[in-house]
Design a binder for this molecule. Structure first.
Ligand code: AMP
Length: 588
């Protein structure tokens, strides 16, 4: 029996008795140790027990059921049939693709054949795939029922059924489909059910279809009062692809004294270390693949303050204690809330202020909620600093540095320089040039790409404030807080009886705005983008074509933003001057 009794004892994937092919895949992916749910779920699943698990996305639950499925596949060997050995049911098409990709990734060396089957995809392709033979089918319930009726999905040989995110499937009205699907599988099958919540309907489902299941609940106990440190806790919602850029920008604005950034895998550690070094930080990576000597060297650099950022996996940072840390960053929402508390416990000590920053992907809303519930503290969701925020912050820092110099330093040495220059220039101009030099000497990296603003899916943590002020509800918008440009733009275009141009980056319908300032006032495209993104809620990518004429300019903005842009920009300064801003009149 693998050593699961003592939750504090380190357990490796090898301890769990997984075959070598899977261990190699996990090492290649940079997974250093099983997450709590994997530690608890894999042993009973490999024994063939049914399992009822309460765990949200992000806890590593996919591998918790995928690895035992693949282990079973390896043990069974050639089954001499094209019918699947395992069926995984998921609520959405995205999840079907994601889970199927994960199973494929883990089971590549075993030659696992995995097929996602979901509504909306042409059925022909799925029929072909199923016909060729598969080991694991990952399906949405509706489409699975379709295939069962057509006899293209035969479940007679299914040894394992997984209901992933069962509560969501019930919420989406799949109850009957689930009953039908489970009814089409052999009663001897092993059943696994994961759900973020366990309402009575789930208990009913479990009672009808599971036999003596092992029950696992991740993150059940509340953290004792006083155990959770007093730390300023913020979260930023970003797409995975934008994470590194977003973190660079957040760190620039936060300006931490010293920080640890926690990542899930070695690969992430290496990648992020490189990105942040490229941004001018002194970042060091720390992960389980490094020798003790290498680790000691990294720790030495952090302690002596030669490095200011440590990018580490949980395993590598275990037991690590650095006195002067000001910030802890969770590059992903930690898989278990306890782990979050443990991580952020590294700052905010001895009455010093600590900051915990968490980057969350839109689908990770549940984990953030869990963390708030457990710590009984609020994690406020903030917007990633914009290009304009960053510029302002940098100017602020230059200003503070200059003020310190004015107060503290003996500047007489430079007096003759200023006096000589003042023979030729105004003292203000001399000061401006000096400020420019001081500002540029900070070596800050130019960063002018706006990062897409996204919001959490589903319900939001209490600090949610992601809604844009011009994001008025349109037709079909149920007030979810997400932008609904498509509907509104279609509505607007229909009203006008024509289709507008689309922004090639965001797909939004665009309207042209007239700005009463052009080349003669020295206006350049970057001035307009800077002014628009600085003053309104628009991001750089939202702005379409810009044309600058002698006395005016034309700027394309999303339909929904026009009123706000006209209202706000009419009062703002462009190149230091007020300019008329209005909707461009129809031509021709
Ligand atoms: P899931 O909860 O299954 O959606 O997994 C969340 C994320 O954690 C995925 O990106 C996985 O690749 C990653 N992951 C799963 N297990 C581990 C592990 N043991 N170590 C590091 N990352 C993991």
């Amino acid at each position: 029996m693998p050593p699961t009794a003592d939750p504090a004892a380190p357990v490796t994937f090898a301890d769990l008795g997984l075959p070598d092919e899977l261990l190699t895949a996990l090492t290649a992916l940079g997974y250093e140790e099983p997450t709590p749910i994997q530690r608890e779920a894999i042993p009973p699943l490999m024994e063939g027990r049914d399992l009822l698990g309460q765990a949200a996305t992000g806890t590593g639950k996919t591998a918790a059921f995928a690895l035992p499925i693949l282990e079973r596949m390896a043990t069974v060997g050639d089954r001499g049939t094209t019918a699947p050995l395992a069926l995984v049911l998921v609520p959405t098409r995205e999840l079907a693709m994601q889970v199927s990709e994960a199973v494929h990734k883990y089971g590549r060396a075993l030659g696992a054949r995995v097929l996602p089957v979901y509504g909306g995809q042409p059925i022909g392709r799925q029929l072909q795939g199923l016909g060729r033979g598969v080991d694991v089918v990952v399906a949405t319930p509706g489409r699975a029922v379709d295939h069962i009726k057509r006899r293209s999905l035969v479940l007679d040989d299914v040894a394992l059924v997984v209901l992933d995110e069962a509560d969501e499937m019930l919420d989406m009205g799949f109850a009957e489909d689930l009953e039908a699907i489970l009814g089409a599988t052999p009663p001897t099958r092993q059943t696994v059910l994961f759900s973020a919540t366990l309402p009575s309907r789930i208990a009913g489902l479990a009672k009808r279809h599971m036999s003596d299941p092992v029950k696992i609940q991740i993150a059940r106990e509340a953290i004792a009062e006083g155990e959770a440190p007093k730390v300023r806790q913020t979260a930023y919602v970003v797409r995975r692809a934008d994470k590194a850029a977003a973190l660079g920008r957040i760190l620039d604005v936060e300006a931490p004294g010293a920080a640890i950034v926690f990542c899930r895998t070695r690969g992430e550690v290496d990648e992020l270390t490189e990105t942040l070094n490229g941004r001018g930080y002194r970042a060091e990576g720390l992960h389980g693949g490094m020798s003790q000597e290498q680790r000691d060297r990294v720790m030495g650099r952090l302690r002596s303050r030669t490095a200011d950022l440590l990018i580490a996996t949980d395993v590598a940072a275990r037991g690590l204690d650095v006195d002067h840390l000001t910030h802890v960053v969770n590059y992903d929402v930690p898989s278990a809330p306890e782990s979050y508390v443990h991580r952020i416990g590294r700052v905010g000590r001895a009455g010093r202020e600590g900051v915990a920053i968490t980057l969350a992907e839109p689908r990770e809303h549940r984990q953030l909620k869990n963390i708030e519930r457990l710590t009984k503290q609020q994690v406020s969701v903030e917007k990633v600093p914009t290009v304009a925020d960053l510029r302002n912050k940098r100017i602020e820092m230059t200003l503070a540095t200059l003020r310190d110099t004015l107060v503290a330093d003996d500047l007489d040495h430079y007096r003759s320089v200023v006096e000589t220059l003042c023979d030729e220039f105004d003292v203000m101009e001399v000061a401006l040039a000096a400020v420019k030099l001081a500002h540029e000497a900070t070596g800050a990296v130019e960063d002018d790409r706006e990062i897409a603003e996204v919001s959490l899916k589903g319900d939001k943590p209490s600090g949610y404030e992601g809604k844009k002020k011009w994001d008025k509800p349109g037709k079909g918008d149920k007030g979810t807080g997400t932008t609904n440009w498509a509907n509104r733009a279609e509505y607007e275009a229909a009203k006008k009886g024509k289709k507008n141009k689309k922004n090639k980056h965001t797909g939004s319908d665009m309207t042209t705005v007239f700005v009463g300032a052009g080349k003669e006032s020295g206006v350049r495209p970057q001035d307009l983008v800077g002014a628009f993104t600085g003053e309104t809620e628009l991001r750089g990518a939202d702005i379409g074509a810009i044309k600058i004429f002698d006395r005016f300019s034309l700027v394309e903005v999303p339909d929904q933003a026009v009123d706000d842009v006209v209202h706000t920009m009419g009062k703002a300064l462009i190149k230091g001057r007020k300019a008329k801003v209005r909707r461009e009149r129809e031509r021709g």
